[in-house]
Design a protein around this ligand. Structure first.
Ligand SMILES: [Zn+2]
Length: 613
């Protein structure tokens, strides 16, 4: 059993240079929501935050291509992403963005704290200039061959093919995208994060981690063996200004996007607190209780604050090395010591939960090659819970997995519709038709078979809950669906539809009472995975009020005078608890409408025809 605690569900920030596809949300989106929903139902105090990541070269490049400013482009896709995540029912307490004034202020505070403590140091690096104009050539205007994978259109800051971070001087045959000339490299000053000075504290922290997926821990430990100071400023106009005298006013140097984006977990928590009217409320998720040291709390011992990060595997380095390094350096915990800044000593992550990759019909997702289905298009044609079910049961939890339309169809029709949907439908409709209400247990009481099925459902709460708490969602939903299968088997064996005579009717009532109790329990077990249909099943059982709370989009003003924007938020204090609740005998039942939609097999060819060749 988990000790009650403050739980921060810190979800990776989707990049706002375009709409997100189902591969993205299978990595960070749905698993974090399942976890957050379960933890709330189990009685924990959960804060789930994220937002769109809106700085950096790719946004500026995309904006240039579309004749927009970077801000205009970010505005567009921030809204698209907010709407899509809302459509999936992802229960963020706050989904914000990195272009708020609050975020800028928190990023600059972290930068200054790290600088004061000696973990950010100025260093001379080689920067590109245009030989024909003599001016600085921003990263986004430099292209060349990737020195790591050989891709011939790598950018000055990153290779989109292999995903490695680069500096312009690393590129083979660098060229200016403006006029094709070869840039000259001259000495220029940048700021570097002194990662080697934080290696010891990172190692100690990693050594105390428990329950992580082994590949994530192994990968992170290997990174520690080869830490170098890392540039955290770029030649770029779009981003957070450097908050130091002599730098603040410069428009050609900005804080690097990955430095500002990870700080979003903290700035979003602070923004959430400010919006609740209790500006200090974020601290209970970020500071260990009773002044205990951050590492002790992060281990999960005792009831303190715990932080869980959710992301795809391409983001592990930022969450298991860079972000903890920033937190430790700011808190004054590295080799150079120092003092915590005004935000205090901040907890390091409890757990970094990384998913593997989803592929599409055997290929990598690719927007340009049209090997993709965007969340929006998916939700126009199918229900959110159908996708949530597929991701939970067949998603890339610990292995790369493939999304195929044939498998999606099969999972939807054979498992959701014919398994769970059928159990709900036949139990409720038989009870409605024969009793008009939830029938009582008859005078003969419960048989061994009745008791056995009820026990299986009740036992599911401990099993399924523990699996979700330990990020084994595939197995968790498998256990919940086993309860569904057992109940279907029970109905087939008990054949209540044959017990129509006056003498048999009390036994029919008992069987349906048992079936409806198990439907109610299974519905609670499935609620973190399938919140939309869980609400419907709750209502089919005659329930009222909120069973599975849903997020809403609110248009808000920037707290510090910037432009307004949409956020995803919600009131998640209502809703089902993680426990078996006895069904109420006599509660009226009506003939049910199907909870899930059976899909026509023709959708497979229709969808395949939409993909690029
Ligand atoms: Zn590459």
């Amino acid at each position: 059993m988990l000790v009650m605690s403050h739980v921060l569900a810190a979800v990776a920030w989707p990049y706002a240079n375009g709409p997100r596809h189902i591969g993205h949300v299978s990595g960070f989106g749905v698993p974090s929501d399942v976890f957050a929903r379960y933890m709330r139902m189990a009685g924990h105090d959960v804060l789930m935050v994220s937002g769109t990541d809106e700085h950096g070269t790719p946004i500026q490049v995309q904006a240039d291509a579309e004749g927009l400013t970077a801000r205009e482009l970010a505005d567009r896709y921030n809204r698209v992403i907010v709407e899509d995540l809302c459509g999936l029912g992802l229960s963020y307490d706050l989904f914000t963005r990195t272009t708020t004034r609050n975020h800028y202020a928190v990023v600059q505070e972290m930068f200054e704290g790290l600088y004061r403590n000696g973990y950010i140091v100025p260093k001379t690096a080689m920067g590109a200039i245009s030989p024909s104009t003599g001016r600085t050539l921003p990263d986004r205007y430099i292209e060349g061959t990737c020195p790591i994978c050989g891709y011939d259109s790598a950018r000055g800051d990153q290779c989109d093919n292999c995903g490695n971070q680069l500096d312009p001087i690393d590129l083979i045959n660098p060229r200016s995208k403006i006029n094709g000339e070869t840039p000259e490299f001259v000495e220029t000053e940048h700021f570097f994060l002194d990662l080697p000075a934080l290696a010891d504290v990172l190692r100690q922290w990693l050594d105390t981690r428990q329950g992580w997926r082994p590949n994530v821990l192994r990968f992170s430990r290997n990174l520690l063996d080869d830490l170098h100071p890392r540039a955290i400023t770029r030649d770029l106009e779009w981003g957070v200004p450097i908050p130091l005298d002599g730098w603040r006013e410069r428009t050609d140097k900005r804080i690097y996007v990955w430095f500002d984006a990870v700080i979003g977990y903290l700035s979003a928590s602070i923004e959430w607190a400010r919006r609740t009217g209790d500006p200090e409320a974020w601290r209970k998720y970020w500071h260990s209780k009773d002044g205990a040291d951050a590492a002790a709390s992060a281990s999960g011992a005792g009831g303190g604050a715990r932080t869980y990060h959710f992301m795809g595997k391409d983001n592990i380095v930022f969450h298991s090395i860079i972000w903890p390094a920033l937190l430790a350096g700011y808190s004054g915990e590295g080799r150079r010591d120092g003092e915590p800044g005004q935000l205090g000593r901040l907890n390091l992550p409890t757990e970094v939960v990384s998913s593997e990759f989803l592929t599409m019909e055997g290929r990598k997702f690719s927007s340009s090659r049209r090997v993709v289905i965007y969340v929006r298009d998916f939700l126009e044609r199918y229900d959110a819970d159908a996708l949530r079910y597929f991701i939970a049961v067949a998603g890339p939890e610990t292995n790369d997995t493939d999304f195929t339309w044939a498998e999606f169809l099969r999972r939807n029709n054979d498992e959701l519709v014919a398994g769970w949907g059928n159990l709900v439908n036949r139990s409720v409709s038989m009870a409605a038709k024969n009793f008009g209400a939830i029938p009582p247990v008859g005078p003969d009481g419960l048989t061994e078979a009745d008791e056995a099925l009820l026990a299986v459902a009740r036992a599911g709460f401990a099993t399924v809950g523990d699996l979700i708490a330990h990020h084994r969602q595939k197995q968790a939903i498998g256990e919940a669906m086993k309860v569904v299968a057992e109940a279907n088997k029970y109905l087939s064996e008990q054949t209540p539809w044959k017990l129509k005579g006056e003498a048999d009717k009390p036994r029919m009532g008992t069987i349906l009472h048992v079936a409806l109790q198990v439907v109610s329990d299974a519905n609670t077990l499935l609620t973190p995975f399938l919140p939309h249909s869980a609400q419907k099943v709750h209502e089919l059982l005659g329930g009222t009020g909120v069973h599975a709370p849903m997020p809403v989009i609110e248009e808000v003003a920037d707290l510090d005078g910037g432009p307004g924007y949409p956020v995803l938020t919600g009131d998640y204090t209502q809703g089902a608890r993680w426990e078996s609740v006895p069904i109420e005998v006599g509660r009226p039942l009506a003939a049910p409408k199907p909870v899930f939609r059976k899909l026509d097999p023709s959708i497979v060819n229709e969808e395949l025809a939409r993909l690029g060749g």
